[in-house]
Write a protein of this length. Structure first.
Length: 357
């Protein structure tokens, strides 16, 4: 290569990359085509996970800052869009694995014992960075928790465990950073550090609940019901009251902020924050779809046998696809949004307009 001239193969490190599909033998010559497919697809997943971690880490750092510049919100939304696209692409990759027959896979499956995709440190990192707690995890099996599964043989550590432990210490999580950012959101021009903010939040929530009651009554009558006395709609309103008035004042303000941003999204300074919230939901939705698609791929190829790492296999994957919901307040808020013409009056909207410099 001529000094100073970059080549594609050097920049991408093509030769290094193409030499990594040899499996345990570190030489793919003796491997079946099916095993090389299996190895390659999972290596691609690890590269995708690396990109997801970078994007979500940058977003976490942004939201964790004491003051988040409005000009950064568009970039944050684009970053989340990229993560969504990555997960969407990753979902499609399961089709390549599904090209293997059950016997194709069984021919090399014993090589994996007791390895498992559960030992993907980067996938565990994504969950931890997003905010999944140990208490929220689905148990792996009879032999203990997820950290034990990351140990190498009888050793107390491994590169995977070291990576995950470092991520556990890397705080705050994205969920915590998001909560802190939402908590600081000006509500009707008031911020948490201002005197009387609690009263402003309480009035907003009372006004919002009244608007939700009006919308619910109108919907109930339009459906031929008896208004708010209809048990179905009365139950929905009880759920709404519980959501809007949790015991923790901080959580109350966070939920109020979500409804405020979603409700008044047309205001210039709320447009991009609303887009960020919407795309966070989209990211988690695609992550859940990824888990669900993984479970169906496994069931199609090997059925419901015990996983190579000792888990319950498909049953475990199905549980994670339903139990893991990290941004639960963003999801729940969809149930309680009201249409634009029924929103309570904002008052002075100038605080949410563009500022002249």
């Amino acid at each position: 290569m001529t000094p100073g001239r970059t080549t594609y193969w050097d920049y991408i490190r093509v030769e290094d990359l193409l030499g990594l599909q040899g499996g345990l033998e570190k030489n793919e010559t003796g491997l079946s085509d099916a095993e090389v497919v299996f190895i390659t697809v999972h290596q691609v997943y690890e590269l995708w996970f690396k990109l997801v971690l970078r994007e979500l880490g940058t977003l976490r750092d942004l939201l964790a800052a004491p003051k988040v510049p409005e000009t950064e919100m568009a970039r944050a939304a684009r970053s989340l869009d990229r993560v969504t696209r990555i997960f969407r692409s990753a979902v499609q990759h399961w089709e390549v694995v599904e090209s293997l027959t059950t016997r194709d896979y069984l021919d090399f499956r014993e090589k994996l014992f007791p390895a498992s995709g559960f030992q993907s440190a980067q996938l565990r990192e994504i969950e931890i960075l997003m905010g999944l707690t140990d208490e929220e995890r689905v148990g792996l099996g009879a032999d203990g928790g997820y950290l034990r599964a990351l140990r190498e043989g009888q050793s107390k550590t491994s590169p995977a465990l070291a990576r995950v432990e470092a991520r556990r210490a890397d705080l705050p999580t994205l969920r915590d950073a998001l909560d802190a950012w939402l908590h600081r959101t000006p509500l009707r021009g008031s911020t948490p550090d201002q005197l009387g903010d609690d009263s402003v939040v309480a009035r907003f929530l009372a006004d919002y609940l009244a608007a939700l009651e009006r919308q619910t009554e109108r919907a109930a009558r339009a459906m031929g019901g008896s208004g708010l006395s209809d048990p179905r709609f009365a139950r929905d309103l009880e759920t709404a009251r519980a959501f809007l008035n949790p015991p923790d004042p901080r959580r109350r303000r966070i939920r109020a902020a979500i409804l405020f941003i979603e409700g008044y999204r047309e205001l210039p300074l709320l447009a991009w924050p609303q887009e960020v919230l919407a795309r966070l939901v989209e990211v988690e939705q695609q992550f859940l779809i990824f888990r669900q698609r993984h479970a169906r791929m496994v069931e199609r190829v090997i059925g419901r046998r015990v996983g190579t790492g000792g888990s319950s296999g498909v049953d475990y994957l199905d549980q994670t696809a339903t139990a893991y919901r990290i941004f639960s307040d963003l999801w729940a808020a969809r149930t309680f949004l009201v249409q634009k013409d029924m929103l309570p009056p904002l008052g002075d909207a100038s605080a949410y307009g563009f500022k002249r410099t």
